[in-house]
Each structure stands twice: as C-alpha cells, then as structure tokens.
Design a protein around this ligand. Sequence first.
Ligand code: PBG
Length: 339
Amino acid sequence: MTNLIGQYPATRMRRNRKTNWSRAMVQENTLSCADLIWPLFIIDGDNKTETISAMPGILRYSVDLLVKQVKIAYELGIPAIALFPNTPNELRTQNGEEAYNPNNLVCKAVRAIKQAVPNIGIICDVALDPYTSHGHDGLMNGNEILNDASVNVLVKQALTQAKAGCDIIAPSDMMDGRIGLIRQALDQAGYEQVQIMAYSAKYASAYYGPFREAVGANNQLKGDKKTYQMDYANSDEALREVALDIQEGADMVMVKPGLPYLDIITRVKAEFKTPTFAYQVSGEYAMMQGAIQNGWLDEDKIIIESLMAFKRAGANGILTYFALKAAKLLHSSDQPHQP
Ligand code: PBG
C-alpha cells in the first residue's frame, strides 16, 4: 500500500510499543462496560438455580434470583440484559401460544426487573423456539416452517413483551418481513418508543448447540433451521438482510454468531453505519470456557482479547455470557487489556 509510508531504520514500529503509556496513546479501540450486554436464562419457581452442562459457569435463575443478578450487572455499568426463558415442558405446544401469554416467564421477569432495577435496558428475544413442542422459531405445517403465519404470532409476542415493559424487541426468528410488521404493530399500539434490535444476519450455526440445552429446546428440535437462518457460506446475503431490516424500521442490527463472523460485522458496519451488535454465542462460550477450565487458556486475558476483537471489527457492543466477568475485570486495577 503506497499510503503507508516508512522505511527501516528511520521507521521502527516497536518505538511506539516501548512503554505502557505509549501503547495507551496509540491504542485504536477500547472496551468498556457500556459495550456489554448480558444474556440470562430464566426458570420457573422461587429461589432456584440450575446448571447447564454445556455452559459451565452459567446458571438459569428463577425470577427472584434473576433480579439480583440484573442488579449486580447494573451496578457494574452493564447497560442492558437479554432474557431467554426455559419454558416448562407442559407449556410447549405445536403453535407456541405461551409466547404471547402476558404471564409467561419473560413477562414476569420484565416486570420484576423494571420494578427493582428501572434503569437497565431490557432486551426480549422474539422467536417461538422456547415455546414450541417442535423447537422451531416459527409455526410448522408438515415439515415446512410457515413465514407469514409465523410473523402474525411473532407480532403478538412482541406486543405482549412491550406491554410488560420491554425496552428493546429483538426478533431472532429470521422470518421475512417481521421487522416491518412488528414496527407497525408497536406504533399502532402506542409503543413507538420501543426499540428494535434485529437479529439480521443470523446464520444456521452449530455454535447454538449449548443455548438449545439452556432453553430446553435441544431434545425438541425436529430437523434444522436452514430454511430460515442463513447459509454460513454467504456474506453478500447478510448485507441484503440488514438492508431490509433497516428499511423496515430496525434501530440496531445484529450479526450472529460472533468471533467466526467478524468479517460480516465489518462489512455491515462499513456499508450501513448503523448501530451493529455481535452475539458471542453459547458455543463460543463453551469452547473458551472448556479451555479455561482445563487451564489451557488464561481466563481473564482470553475474555478481554475476544471482546476487543469485536470492537476492532466495528461492533458497537457484544452480547456475551462473559459480560459480568468482563465488567468486573474492566473495573479491576490491573485490567488484562492494559496496553
Ligand atoms: C432463538 C435464539 C437462538 C439463540 C438466540 N436466540 C437459538 C437458535 O436460533 O437456535 C442462540 C444464542 C446462543 O447460542 O447463545 N431463536
């Protein structure tokens, strides 16, 4: 590249790297607690937690204990949390009606959090997979995942969540046209201030495996999600998905999974200049946590390095199961990302 001028020995790249203060001066990207969004799993009951075997260190919480975790997150400066229910099996049905029950786990959690921690942002996932007996994000007819009929139900789900007090509706279902119809329904119901974070470029990925255990949809799922989630061989297609969602009214977009898809984040950000979020998903957490627990990777360092990579790629923030741990590290005096 001709615009990168310099020649050894007049130019020595190591000069700027010599001291802590100099590395701090030339650092191009930063990571702060405001970049972190913490996904949390909810279960029914009181004073209850459950472990998730494929996500060591992550728990499902009953609403009362969930609220305490959210409070800790808020006090550490985490701006928002994302909620995912593990619906009791008897409430999972062919058509996922529990998704728009105003007393479902997510709505109960939203109300409890709003009361106890009113100044944290609440993100609710819109998709039917935690509620359907077949584990798909939409309605099924035979083996087909219906689009427009699913969107009607997703609109109901989004309205129910907004009514409960959700701040950001996050459709993760990948049905066509859902952002526009959800936006329209929210506006008509007087929720024009409720934001939408669209899971725009969401790939059909094996990295979601542990999440499906977490929400109890792994034994449920019939087939795969390839007719609605994207083919991981594609990248131009992600730009079309994002363009449509922005046109339909998305306030922010998301790329998912995270680290293996940094190229997509960079392309989306460069093309659209829209707030762009990355989801460091359950399988990424499982890989890193597995290595950490075996002593193969340094926990503090690998967490911060992986999160900084998202910032370097252009993400405005990261949904990560490491959010609480990362926030604590960022507050500690010897931060592992100290330049
Ligand atoms: C639901 C949903 C999924 C994830 C977020 N929302 C799973 C899926 O699409 O199968 C995955 C999150 C993760 O793996 O951490 N549609």
